[in-house]
Design a protein around this ligand. Sequence first.
Ligand code: ZN
Ligand code: ZN
Length: 373
Amino acid sequence: MSHDAWIQFRRDLHKIPELGFEEYETQRYLMRKLHEFGLLPEPIAKTGVKAVLDTRRPGPTLAFRADMDGLAVEEQNKVDYASTHPGKMHACGHDFHMACLLGLADTLTQQKENLCGKVVFFFQPAEEALCGSRDVIESGALSDPKPDAIIGLHVWDLPLGTIGLKAGPLMAAPAFFELTVTGVGGHGAEPFKCKNPISVASQIVSSFDTLANSLTHPTKPLVISVCSLNAGNASNVIPDTATLRGTIRTFDDELMPQALSLLATNAERIASAFGCHTEFTTKHYHGTVYNHPVLAEWARKTLDGEFKLVEPTPSMIGEDFSSYSQVAPSLFLWLGASPCKLHDPKNNPDERAISYGVAALTRLAEDKLLRKE
Ligand SMILES: [Zn+2]
Ligand SMILES: [Zn+2]
């Protein structure tokens, strides 16, 4: 099978984006293709898929992962393979990742006789915000066979033909928080009879930069962003409550619980000084995407020359691929597919990247699994 077929996989999948744990049509499509390649796929983690290429010869087990979900975004691209599901779109390139993994499964299955060991191809649901990687691990899909290494990739705004490869932390651990300040509302003309939660919320927000600076050394980044502030709906009424939502990002998994706890106590301290109180809730699903140094060095040696390798600046964007480093040493690559504006309704990365993705994953698999005799 060739480049054109792989692009067709991507376009077929691009037409049918589904949200996390709703990827039934996507699951059926992937199962059908894997069957056509001669594999025996099985559903995992509700809407995921796993297929194992077992050469029945001793050797290592490599696992390759693609994520499956689209986003609640209305596509603005005018292409004949645009989303047919209103309000949903593959705006994060997960259609590319699935196409790359199908291309790899096809390529390796065709040369099964030249390989040893096992390859696990797994398609993970619900990467966006729901941490489907945890469900894949809990389903036991990665315990038999147990992989010696887990490899994944993500399209990225790097030039075509480039692969972003870096040992150590690559993508940040994200946490999300919601903070509600409750005061006492009343007439806008009589703030002295009220406890204005908006004034208090704004003081809390302005304390975040100081908090971030006090928590960590300047060389260890910590981001605290307030992304939503909701309170009141009239210009002469002080509301009872103000709610703010935001996100914290860091590459230091030990720092995250400290940051969340300090945020909560600091907010309550400020609020109580003005007669208000706070409720603080957080969601913290997964840690930092960490590339095992031995795997990163192996990938560098294996891919260098055939691909233009760059060592990218790590991103504060999170990826639940991070969970897999609890199962086995893991490696996450960034696949150059510029222009690539993740989560944008006009995102339509360069499809030629799929060939590079399949080629890079195939090179890595062959290096470990080609029969030596
Ligand atoms: Zn995304
Ligand atoms: Zn993504």
